[in-house]
Design a protein around this ligand. Structure first.
Ligand code: ZN
Length: 793
């Protein structure tokens, strides 16, 4: 590796048994110089279009194929093998999921083809090298170069291979005899303490929970200054964006929580994904939903005062319910023909819905049977591959219940049900049908474990047909889906909502949150009047509860973004924000639980966005930005931008360019995207791609300005100009589409035809199901805007 020129001269030897004819490896964006088979030169052809390296004369008996190749690392990508830049330096690092390994070395780049890797890296003296396993040899290679030899890996899939070369600073802790090491760019290692601590704790806790030891000698967290997603579970060497790995006590609770949870997620993958890998990308959800579910379960265990299940609803449950109610959704376990298609499955269906279904299954079989089933599954398929069915079978054996049937129905069918419930006389009537935001009728009956409380008594029912009746009185109280373990929505009749309103102060926080996000979904689908939704928002204002406050604030933020002129929204704001701000206070209170900070952050920053006098109040705090309580920083930045406009711009932009920590910059972008002047937001969007700020930041302007109702035109304008360039920078990775799914349905409101025309042809083909999703979400938002502008009815 010529680090200074970012040039690779690579040599790879692959032992092949039972070679197919013709024999081909996956290879792309590489130049192949020579190939030999069993020491003899062999003929080869590189098919650039199909990304295959065909090699002639590979016999079916065991043989050694050796390939000399080279690669020039591009300056423009942040995916595959890339330059993660900072100051005037960079780290060369890999990020290979799902199919970038073939751009780094010729290989069979499919998860089921596991191999043992023996990696050697030769590079300039004075640089550090990190890979999946520890360094076992370091010797001079002459000419001012050093060769590092890494311990051979266990059998693993190509997408999990990792290496990075650069100038690193490391800190280390040990847990259960395993070194847990944070590697950062120089000057940053002291900021890795929070990530390091939770990584080590979860590593040791998972060993106990799974009953399967972590098979490697060390685990790195590599903080990369430029990173295109959140983090990646490379076996033994988790890579991460800096805002997750370098988050300190000065960060807001939400930032600390996100960083810690994402480490716990990647540590879960060390078993679930790395030790046992899905056979093919159609079971990607198995990796992701499991790691997502476990990250909440484990963080909850390690940080019981963080209210992780409330955060689960806010960040996973709601988004999954929203996306899975599109008519263009896909089953959690879908058909994935090729790698290009697999990319579009890295979404909230795979992560969030899958996690919700696992939570529902755990509630169904019980915690201990669930743990035992998972443990058996991991033991049985270690260093190998498995499919979803293997997990259900294991859970079924451990619990004695028919898990397969329930799991199959939930995971192979798209969408989820709405349960309609009404109390009549001495019985409760339950009915189910598929819920869609479009209101289109769609078939589907699910086996639903239902929990309910009626007139003080709790009971359960199993609804596996269209309709059923449960004998129980519900004159004063009726509530379904207790503690929100079921992945379905509940639609009450008029009398039902009256009862819920009367009882609201007595309903627990998770159930309240559930009622609020069901109502929000029904509002989008046109199943409830805007006035009913607003009535419950006001009830939330009158009944302070931190988690529901965050969830409803986020809903209001979305509604404001697409229909800020609506009187329904305007009228309810005074009943929501001021009483809650009074209840929770604007300054931290001694001894309060940490997630109160997040509630304050949600409330203050959103209220500053919609109320000019509150924005001015927050703006006055910006002067002492560095010393502000972290949870108030984004509100201060928003207030400052909204109040001072052009005068605030230069200062905020300078801060985005010069602040070292991504965590701090994230708050500054909140301000930079909150201007009421559209052209100023336009400058912010340009800044994200200008090369003057870290490419890790390129998503902030897009996502944040999507929530600014004054920025709709500016954002859409920018997207039409920069869509293709940005897609290229992300090398077509799913992260690009996740940003677009966040942004276009918001700023495209009011110009559906134009958006449709823009996302046609090649953009539609490349964007696949992501583009269909964008268009459907846009349609739903446009319809909801019209409805909200009409008023309460
Ligand atoms: Zn993951």
């Amino acid at each position: 590796m010529d680090f200074a020129r970012a040039h690779v001269e690579g040599k790879i030897g692959i032992t092949v048994r039972g070679a197919a004819k013709p024999f081909a490896l996956d290879a792309s964006q590489l130049s192949v110089n020579s190939v030999s088979v069993n020491g003899r030169p062999a003929r080869f052809a590189l098919d650039g279009k199909r990304a295959k390296l065909k090699i002639l004369g590979v016999p079916p008996r065991e043989s050694l194929v050796e390939i000399d190749y080279s690669k020039q690392v591009s300056d423009d990508v942040i995916f595959g093998l890339y330059k993660s830049k900072y100051a005037k330096d960079y780290i060369l690092a890999t990020d290979l999921e799902p199919a970038e390994a073939r751009t780094v070395f010729p290989c069979v780049d499919e998860p089921a083809y596991k191999a043992v890797f023996r990696l050697k890296v030769t590079t300039e003296n004075g640089l550090g090298a990190i890979a999946n396993t520890p360094i076992v040899g370091k010797e001079s290679a002459g000419g001012g170069r050093t060769t590092y030899t890494f311990q051979e890996t266990p059998r693993m899939s190509t997408y999990l291979l990792f290496f990075a070369i650069g100038r690193f600073e490391e800190v280390k802790v040990a847990t259960d005899g395993i070194d847990v090491i944070a590697a950062t760019r120089p000057g940053q290692s002291q900021n890795s303490r929070i990530a390091l601590e939770i990584t080590a704790q979860s590593l040791s806790e998972y060993q106990r929970y799974f009953g399967v030891p972590y098979p490697l000698k060390k685990l790195h967290i590599v903080a990369l200054p430029e990173y295109h997603t959140g983090a990646m579970e490379n076996w033994g060497a988790i890579s991460s964006r800096e805002s997750y790995a370098l988050v300190t006590e000065d960060a807001s609770f939400t930032q600390r929580n996100r960083g810690a949870t994402s480490m716990v997620h990647e540590v879960a993958h060390q078993w679930f994904g790395d030790l046992v890998t899905m056979k093919w990308w159609d079971d990607l959800w198995l990796n992701e939903s499991f790691a997502t579910f476990m990250s909440y379960k484990m963080t909850d265990r390690l940080r019981p005062d963080w209210e992780m299940w409330g955060i689960f609803f806010r960040d996973e449950g709601f988004h999954a319910l929203n996306l899975d109610a599109l008519s263009t959704t896909h089953p959690v376990h879908g058909h994935v023909r090729d790698v290009a298609e697999s990319m579009h499955t890295f979404d909230q269906i795979s992560y969030g819905k899958g996690a919700c279904v696992l939570r529902m299954l755990e509630a169904y079989v019980g915690e201990e049977a669930f743990r035992k089933g998972v443990s058996d599954y991991l033991k049985r398929f270690s260093f190998s591959n498995a499919s979803g069915k293997d997990l259900w079978d294991a859970l079924g054996r451990a619990s004695g219940l028919s898990v397969s049937r329930v799991a199959r129905e939930w995971l192979t069918k798209p969408g989820y049900p709405v349960v309609r419930v009404a109390a009549r006389g001495g019985s409760i009537e339950l009915g189910q049908s598929r819920f869609t935001l479009s209101g289109e009728r769609a078939p589907g009956v699910w086996p639903i474990p239902i929990s309910l409380r009626a007139d003080g008594g709790e009971m359960s029912a199993f609804l596996d047909r269209r309709r059923m009746r449960v004998k129980a009185r519900a004159d004063g109280e009726l509530l379904l889906n207790l503690d929100r373990t079921g992945f379905y929505t509940t639609l009450y009749d008029g009398a039902g909502y009256e009862r819920l309103a009367d009882n609201f102060s007595r309903i627990g926080p998770h159930d309240r949150a559930g009622i609020m996000y069901d109502l929000y979904l029904f509002l989008q689908a046109g199943l409830v009047r805007p006035g009913l939704y607003a009535r419950f928002v006001a009830l939330c204002g009158a009944n302070p509860d931190p988690m529901t406050t965050q969830i409803v604030t986020e809903q209001l933020m979305r509604l404001t973004a697409i229909a800020n002129e609506s009187s329904v929204i305007k009228d309810v704001e005074p009943e929501f924000y001021p009483p809650l701000l009074r209840a929770f206070g604007e300054e931290p209170r001694p001894g309060e639980p940490p997630y109160m900070g997040a509630t304050r952050e949600y409330l203050t920053s959103q209220y500053a966005s919609v109320d000019d006098s509150y924005a001015r109040k927050m703006a006055s705090r910006f002067e002492r930005f560095a010393d502000l309580d972290a949870n108030l920083k984004s509100a201060a930045a928003i207030g400052y931008a909204m109040t001072d406009g052009p005068r605030a711009e230069k200062r905020l932009q300078d801060m985005a360019r010069t602040l070292q920590g991504e965590v701090d910059r994230a708050n500054i972008y909140e301000g930079l995207c909150a201007f009421k002047e559209p052209d100023l937001v336009g400058h912010t969007l340009e800044l994200g791609m200008s090369g003057q700020v870290s490419r890790s930041d390129s998503g902030y302007p897009l996502i944040l300005s999507a929530f600014n109702p004054y920025a709709r035109d500016a954002l859409w304008d920018w997207i039409t100009k920069r869509y293709d360039a940005m897609r290229e920078m992300y090398a077509g990775s799913q992260q690009f589409y996740l940003y677009m799914i966040g942004a276009i349905p918001m700023c495209g409101v009011g110009r559906e035809a134009e958006v449709r025309a823009f996302l046609s042809g090649r953009r539609a083909r490349d964007g696949g199901s992501s583009v269909t999703r964008i268009l459907e979400l846009l349609h739903i938002n446009s319809r909801m805007r019209k409805r909200l502008l009409k008023g309460k009815n």
